[in-house]
Write a protein that binds this ligand. Structure first.
Ligand code: AMP
Ligand code: MG
Length: 489
């Protein structure tokens, strides 16, 4: 059968749908009137074993629009729960559907999900749809994160639907095709623990292990190992966020993956001026998900994950709690050591000295005091072009700089290799808020996608330090603060 599906290269399995029925609902497709492909990720398509050309045909686009299911798919919405700003609630895919898992030629398995594909049994009052701006925003930022070397869900395509959706105003509707190692979340386990039987919870845990941590499958304490693995991945992930100044914005437990990928690009944004209290999200009034709080919230979410695993950790509840607590206690240390290792690399340090932490702390004190731009601080330390930055023209910075240079001189290894280490760890560009907004405005208001394409091009190799990137490192003039982000629902 050489039909279009085989031409496009879809090769889908539906392992998640073999879990107990409680974990999902089958959904009907909700066709849209006039789908138009506005962005396709060619290199991602290729790595998934898909044919980019065939994906752009009418049949190919019909899949991204949710008008047709690709061969081998079983469209479902996943059930999950979650703590949203600390409050526990039932959630689920209210505006998404999972087609299935694409199996690559390397035998890897990736969820193919449509976001904005219409109502599901979990939609509550929502329309199940998404607007073009937020879907392009997820595309830009998730692909930028990937290029930065940060584990993340990816974006394969964006289509406009030809239909408007009603928010504060009417907006063009769109659907994003999201690719993920899986969409298992802490909230999926919370759902299993609260609404499932012990056996159902166990099948979920076994599934997560098989899918993400197959090396612990045979382990006697495999559920404790699962907890530890997720703690390790999240500690590493959140350290990476901190190191590039990424603020997720809505670290609810339903937005924390079991795979350790960043997920759900709603009100996220990169910090410009260094300030641990930075919050962009319009709904985060208490600053729960402020930049400086992210590591602690990561620990809080992992504690919720541990709680949901309690029935599997030991038959005796008290012992379960003890086991879980011990594992959770390890999180902060893991986070710290990931962060410190990353910080040393950002400063070109190969080895460890006891005073490194104090050196780093002093730099952050100066950055905070002088309201220095986070990314550009490390950019100028890397290039040595300090003149343009106010902080660098102060006496106290001179003192710090001298101390740092002495520290660099004490280590073995050439100056050149130290500089290379810095270049590999300090992005020359990040998706600056005003640049992202400018790209979205051109696309949404004027149907001009060229601004976004140029932005995506400079973000695709953030460590290149290319001449084109210089323009994108510049701060907005005059500074358009305070920047606010929205959930995009
Ligand atoms: P999020 O803020 O994207 O993490 O979404 C939180 C919850 O709200 C999830 O259960 C979503 O599926 C649901 N949701 C968000 N937007 C919509 C929408 N437009 N229609 C239905 N459900 C939605
Ligand atoms: Mg979410």
């Amino acid at each position: 059968m050489t039909n279009k599906a085989t031409e496009t290269g879809w090769k889908l399995d539906n392992s998640y749908a073999r879990l107990p029925e409680k974990f999902f609902s089958k959904v009907e497709l909700k066709p849209v009137s006039a789908p138009k492909l506005v962005k396709l990720n060619h290199s991602l398509a290729k790595s998934l074993g898909l044919n980019a050309e065939a994906l752009q045909s009418e049949e190919g686009v019909a899949v991204f629009a949710g008008n047709e299911a690709p061969e081998g798919s079983l469209p479902i919405a996943q059930a999950y729960a979650g703590h949203q700003f600390g409050n526990f609630t039932m959630l689920g895919d209210g505006r998404a559907l999972l087609f299935g898992e694409q199996i690559t030629s390397q035998d890897e398995r990736y969820d193919i999900q449509l976001k904005g594909s219409g109502r599901t049994p979990y939609s509550r009052g929502g329309d199940g749809r998404a607007a073009l701006g937020p879907m392009l925003r997820e595309y830009i930022i998730s692909e930028a994160m990937h290029a930065l070397g940060i584990p993340t869900t990816r974006s394969l395509a964006v289509v406009t639907t030809g239909e408007s959706i009603v928010r504060e105003t009417e907006l063009p509707g769109a659907i994003l095709t999201r690719v993920a190692a899986s969409h298992l979340r802490v909230g999926t386990f919370q759902y299993g623990a609260n609404w499932g039987t012990a056996e159902e919870l166990r099948s979920l845990a076994d599934y997560a292990i098989k899918r993400h941590y197959p090396h612990i499958e045979a382990s006697e304490d495999r559920y404790l190992s699962l907890l530890q693995e997720v703690i390790e991945r999240q500690a590493a992930l959140i350290a990476k966020w901190q190191l590039v100044g990424f603020i997720h914005g809505v670290m609810n437990t339903d937005n924390m993956t079991i795979s350790g990928e960043t997920i759900d690009y709603g009100p996220c944004a990169f910090m410009d001026t260094y300030d641990p209290a930075t919050v962009f999200s319009s709904i985060d009034l208490q600053g729960r998900y402020a930049y400086g709080n992210q590591p602690i919230i990561g620990g809080w979410n992992l504690a919720r994950f541990a709680e949901s695993l309690l029935p599997l950790l030991h038959e005796d509840e008290e012992q379960s709690v003890e086991i879980a607590q011990k594992a959770i206690e390890g999180y902060m240390g893991l986070y710290q050591s990931n962060w410190l290792a990353g910080m040393r690399a950002k400063l070109g340090l190969f080895n460890e000295e006891a005073e490194d932490e104090a050196l780093i702390e002093e730099l952050f004190r100066l950055m905070h005091k002088h309201r220095a731009d986070y990314t550009n601080t490390f950019r100028v330390l890397t290039t040595g072009q300090l003149q343009g930055m106010d902080m660098c023209n102060t006496k106290e910075f001179d003192t710090w700089h001298k101390r740092w240079q002495e520290r660099l001189d004490r280590q073995e290894g050439s100056k050149a290799s130290s500089e290379q280490l810095m270049r590999d760890n300090n992005p020359a560009v990040i998706p600056r808020n005003h640049r992202v907004e400018e790209a979205l405005e051109a696309a949404v208001e004027r149907d001009d996608f060229s601004v976004m394409e140029r932005l995506l091009a400079v973000l695709s190799d953030p460590y290149a330090y290319s001449p084109e990137q210089e323009e994108y490192a510049a701060l907005p003039e005059p500074p358009d603060r305070p920047y606010r982000t929205y959930c995009g629902t």
